[in-house]
Design a binder for this molecule. Sequence first.
Ligand SMILES: C[S@@+](CC[C@H](N)C(=O)[O-])C[C@H]1O[C@@H](n2cnc3c(N)ncnc32)[C@H](O)[C@@H]1O
Length: 251
Amino acid sequence: MGTAGDRYDEIGCSYSRTRREDPRIAAAILAAVGPGWTLNVGAGSGNYEPRDRPVVAVEPSAEMLRHRTRERAPAVRSIAESLPFADKTFDTSLAVLTIHHWTDPAAGLREMARVSDRQVVFFFEQHVTHSFWALDYFPSARSLPTETAPPGEQFLRELLDVIDVTPVPVPRDCVDGFGVAFWARPEAYLEPDVQAGMSWLAMLSDQDRQDGTSRLRTSLESGDWDHQYGRLREQDAFDGGYRIAVATTAT
Ligand SMILES: C[S@@+](CC[C@H](N)C(=O)[O-])C[C@H]1O[C@@H](n2cnc3c(N)ncnc32)[C@H](O)[C@@H]1O
């Protein structure tokens, strides 16, 4: 199955401890997904999957598939780059926080357009995420393969007929522990479970992760973090670079 499944066979073991859907972000994603049949690509444990519409999931990692409970939609073990479905099988295909992990994102997005009339992608803009304060404590994260050139809006517009791109602010008490989720709760980035649930921290070498954790701990204990970023603790929401793109190939 290649690196796609392998990466999440490692990261996936503790995924559900810190990764569960945030209701406000779910509402934004589900509003973008149309009625009818949905294909959830890179579906993982099933977060952000519609519950009131018929869904089929695609996921390459056996470990992530293991996290899918009985109530979740049926899943096929496959990759975005080669979707095992006939043209226009689905009304909507959905990809949430996954395209930066794909070996060939262009091929995967073309496949989504082939098998569905509408495509909904929840992704992040690298030029915003790279300025996130936590990366200054873990600077080698900027060089990870998933972070050096993740597909952003421009890339999506080259591949899909994008009709809308909407920023999705991350609430201060976001319950899904993805990359920027703890922007106002810096102490969380010291916790091993939180680190294990975020690919940008989980994929660092042990040494880099330990060094970054020590730097952040020292900065919090000395008050430096609060001196520089303390105003964030009072803010309700934050633009961490997350966006929803909607595209359509329906005529
Ligand atoms: C951060 S998780 C997101 C899972 C889920 N969409 C969510 O929001 O919780 C990224 C997922 O993408 C999957 N993935 C990685 N490479 C893939 C590929 N080439 N095609 C489809 N899915 C892939 C991983 O196995 C993992 O389950």
